[in-house]
Ligand binder design. Structure first.
Ligand SMILES: Nc1ncnc2c1ncn2[C@@H]1O[C@H](COP(=O)(O)OP(=O)(O)OP(=O)(O)O)[C@@H](O)[C@H]1O
Length: 256
């Protein structure tokens, strides 16, 4: 039985009267790669923004950490939320282009070190850095400046930076955008590898990737949850088919 790491209850984000997210309930469980899908404007990114503290909302988000218990995240600052173990990537990787792969990971692993010691190349990297580099397939690029990595490799580095920072709930925004077939497969396997003892949520538009790698799927439409369940559950749901076939009126009728 997978344990719940993050619980969103009745999340609503109101932009001057427009509810971009409208009463969303969502549970992310350890051991699962949970895909958040939905048409453009469905509210996926806004929901992630709310969870990570970038957007005000009503409702509740609780993070459950073994040994610590449940903590309410609403009202906490972005860096406090990150410190509870919630890590996020963006569509455009946010790595330090001029630093090497190893240095990027070392910095993410060493929040307690001073800026000078962070920038100085170390003779021995911490074990967590070398192990993570191996895990994300970048050991051969340890001394490569992150700025010249391929797009996919940058995404893997960013995921690695969350791992060395001890994130155990990962929220990834379109991690395979711009990747070729082999990179996608590698990314899908990496997501399942890291989800073994973490909760991983993936905002995604690529339905083939979702079908291949989702443990669970939540479909958002017009700010609300349209369906949640296994790939088969949501694929055969007439409301979901209606949204993706473009017959929005049918979906609205089903939701009402
Ligand atoms: N700061 C904002 N102010 C007003 N409206 C916003 C703001 N941010 C997002 N929106 C609107 O909220 C809705 C949801 O946007 P959001 O980016 O969360 O959707 P999405 O499901 O992530 O879409 P996509 O798949 O295109 O990235 C959209 O209609 C968007 O225009």
């Amino acid at each position: 039985m997978n344990t719940i790491a993050l619980t969103c209850t009745d999340i609503t984000v109101d932009f001057d009267g427009f509810k971009a997210v409208n009463g969303v309930d969502l549970e992310l469980a350890r051991g699962e790669v949970h895909f958040l899908i939905g048409p453009n404007g469905a509210g996926k990114t806004t929901l992630v923004d709310a969870i990570t503290g970038l957007t005000p909302y009503t409702g509740s988000v609780t993070k459950d950490t073994p040994g610590t218990g449940a903590v309410e995240l609403r009202g906490k600052k972005v860096h406090h939320i990150a410190r509870t173990g919630i890590g996020r990537t963006f569509q455009t990787a946010t790595v330090f282009d001029n630093l090497t792969v190893a240095q990027n990971l070392d910095i993410a692993a060493g929040a307690h070190r001073t800026p000078w010691t962070l920038l100085r190349r170390r003779r021995h990297l911490p074990e967590t850095v070398t192990a993570t580099m191996d895990r994300i397939g970048l050991t051969g690029h340890a001394d490569t400046p992150a700025g010249i990595l391929a797009h996919g490799q940058k995404q893997w580095l960013e995921i690695g930076m969350l791992l060395v920072g001890d994130a155990d709930v990962l929220l990834l925004d379109e991690p395979i955008a711009g990747m070729g077939h082999d990179e996608r497969e590698t990314t899908g396997r990496l997501l399942h590898d890291i989800a073994a003892d973490r909760a991983v949520a993936v905002v995604e538009h690529d339905m083939d990737f979702m079908r291949a790698f989702a443990s669970r799927v939540t479909v958002l439409h017009a700010g609300a949850v349209l369906a949640t369940g296994s790939v088969d559950d949501v694929s055969t749901d007439p409301r979901v088919q209606a949204v993706y076939l473009g017959t929005k009126e049918t979906a609205d009728a089903h939701t009402a």
